[in-house]
Ligand binder design. Structure first.
Ligand code: CP3
Length: 359
């Protein structure tokens, strides 16, 4: 409400970047646009940095992380910059070793499976994550108020799934086994994660992040009932705590069509939408009670510009010019995506806004 607006430096109806205004469902001159995974392997400038550094080296070096963040946002001319980091960074300070194996994604060598494993996890060393906040401060110093700066963290469920499975998963069998069979251990694990994530988010807000995005990328693996019983309470608390720091929260997941009303109960200001549900249908399901971000299929970026243009227009038409739409993909840009097609999307979003004004 207005309390949040005041705390984020936004007087009702006045000021703020286009992106932050849209998060708060304030009117904007045109729909803001940015891209999930906008800095990454599809971009030659990132590949050049990556030739000399590992992913984790880039994440842990504020100068490099800021540079990669800034380069991508400027090259794409988007309305928001998301800090270059990774979901799994907090594992380090919790005492969980992991690495990224080429072509395989993240690997956690000793997955969390028992009450003892959960007990061993540390929650008192979040200050070790300060390099992410340092990178944010550099990005804020660079852009000033020209665009929105997004900090992020994983959601308790999605991070727990990596901890328990030891990496990505198809069926989440170990995760759900722990959740169903040892619900008190499950709750302790999610509480520990939330403790660290709260402090990590606070560092990012302190450093100048305008918005925090919470990635619950794999929440779509849950039934509505399991989501409500095992995930919603701790997530809702985290969302409220981050909002109390004075910034809007974007809560994101994939394959979440049936979960959206329950995800809305977290109280997040913005929900991420994937492409499997038309934006108008999803937003109506939510009674337009929050802002929405999405929802172009990232693989559309491999199509000819004319088809991309058509899909962008369809999404903007479905949004009906309502306050509270942030244009984005339904999930991250994948390696191999032609950069010029991402730039086309930015142009198409602006072109349509100009037309809508004229028309
Ligand atoms: O601009 C940006 O969005 C980049 C910053 C960013 C990274 N990871 C860097 C990264 C962000 C926002 C993330 C979040 C992240 N990390 C998520 C949630 C987002 C989503 O897609 O749902 C998840 C699930 C992770 C965990 C993770 N990190 C996986 C599964 C992988 C391997 C998959 C892959 O694409 O290879 C990573 C590696 C990773 N994180 C890369 C980047 C740029 C690619 C690896 C590299 O550069 O070596």
């Amino acid at each position: 409400g207005d309390d949040l607006a005041a705390r984020s430096g936004l007087l009702p109806g006045v000021g703020g970047t286009r992106f932050v205004r849209a998060c708060l469902r304030r009117p904007v001159d045109r729909t803001p646009v940015w891209f999930l995974r906008q800095a990454g392997r599809y971009m030659p400038e990132y590949q050049a940095v990556r030739r000399h550094h590992t992913l984790l080296e880039i994440c842990r070096d504020p100068k490099l992380a800021a540079e990669v963040t800034i380069t991508a946002a400027e090259k794409l001319d988007v309305d928001a910059a998301i800090i270059f980091a990774d979901l799994l960074l907090p594992f380090d300070c919790m005492g969980l070793d992991f690495e990224f194996l080429a072509g395989e994604g993240p690997v956690i060598h000793k997955p969390v499976r028992t009450a003892e494993d959960v007990m061993r996890l540390r929650t008192d060393r979040a200050s070790e994550l300060g390099y992410v906040a340092e990178a944010i401060a550099k990005v804020v110093a660079h852009f000033k108020d020209r665009l929105g700066i997004i900090g992020f963290c994983g959601a308790p469920f999605t991070l727990a799934s990596y901890m328990i499975e030891g990496g990505g998963s198809r069926n989440y069998i170990e995760t759900k086994k722990l959740m169903y069979r040892q619900p008190d251990v499950w709750r302790r694990l999610l509480d520990k994660l939330a403790t660290v994530l709260r402090e990590y988010a606070a560092q990012q807000v302190e450093a100048g992040a305008d918005v925090i995005q919470i990635f619950d990328s794999w929440a779509g693996a849950l039934s509505v009932e399991d989501y409500r019983d095992f995930v919603l309470p701790v997530t809702k608390t985290l969302v409220r705590e981050v909002q109390a720091m004075g910034v809007p929260v974007i809560y994101f997941g994939v394959d979440t069509a049936s979960l959206l009303p329950a995800m809305r109960e977290t109280g997040a200001d913005v929900l991420g939408l994937d492409w499997r549900t038309p934006l108008d249908v999803a937003w109506r399901t939510l009674d337009y009670s929050c802002a929405v971000q999405g929802n172009l299929d990232p693989i559309t970026l491999f199509a000819e510009p004319e088809l991309i243009r058509t899909r962008v227009r369809q999404i903007l038409t479905q949004a009906e010019g309502r306050a509270g739409h942030i244009f984005n993909l339904g999930h991250g840009i994948v390696p191999g995506t032609p950069v010029e097609n991402v730039q086309h999307v930015v142009r198409f979003v602006r072109e349509f806004a100009a037309e809508a004004k004229r028309g």
